[in-house]
Design a protein around this ligand. Sequence first.
Ligand code: ATP
Length: 331
Amino acid sequence: MYNITLIQGDGIGPEVTNSAKAVIEATGLEVCWDIVNAGIHIYEKEGVVVPDSVFDSIEKNKVVLKGPITTPIGKGFRSVNVMLRKKYNLFSNVRPVKTIPGTKSPFKNIDLVIFRENTEGLYIGIEKQTSENSAESIKLVTRDASIRIVKSAFEYAKNNNKEKVTVVHKANILKISDGLFLDCAREVSEEYPNIELEEMIVDNMCMQLVLNPNQFEVIVTTNLYGDILSDLCAGLVGGLGLVPGANIGDNMAIFEAVHGSAPDIAGKNLANPTALILSSAMMLNHLGEREKANKIINSVFETIQKGKYITKDLGGSSTTIEMTNAIIEKI
Ligand code: ATP
């Protein structure tokens, strides 16, 4: 029996977390769910964005499946999502981007994983207005955080027989901060003589991804570039509804889709549940439940490939619930 915290979140969060929960249960995994809530809808009801019960549950269970959370403007922190990653030192944001046969995209067979540094960079949120007409923000790069994210990427490459890790930076301009990140990548790569370290400047990386995404296997980069490249890569495989993610620390992990709360389609039973369902497969792998994780992945792929029960963003006309039920039936 696993104890897992489930945060439903805002917008399409309740719809996609319900789908993922039902899919996990269909595999027969025994879970004691601790369903807690945070976000703008809780703020409107209770006057607090993240109630203490959420922190307590995360700290007790250490494994979390999470829907997207919208942060009300001016409420102490700029993003609940960023705050949780930082508070629990979830330094590695892992986002696998894979072509699912049957999806509409000019590209085929994309299979790459983004390792995004998750605790510093421009996301530390230190900004100030220095005069009426100027503002500054600080980009923090530390050796420790850079080394550990690059190591995560190389360890993944080693364990999955990948030949190359691409480090993405802008050290030609940000010579000190991105320079340090790049130096750390070079240093770590020496411990992995069988894996090539490819260095790529972020602007060239964007062009290369759009021209030929198949040349990449594992990408490691800083917080902001990782955020932007994730959405770019989601576009390459058919959209945000398809890309899962994990925030991993030393003894805690939060699994969540790359997409946000999608307020334009919230509550309409239109959201594609794939991204969060695949995030839950990543969670099962993290728990060592590989067979059940593979069952989920195969059922999602089969459902999309058949194309009968797929949501509107994939060119179909099914609802979130219909697509979820089709996946469950395959399981
Ligand atoms: P946030 O600021 O919370 O990240 P956002 O507005 O930047 O949110 P999303 O909420 O991710 O971005 O939405 C971007 C677009 O992608 C929207 O048009 C949304 O409808 C679409 N989208 C996101 N997730 C899904 C999904 N699961 N299924 C279908 N469409 C989605």
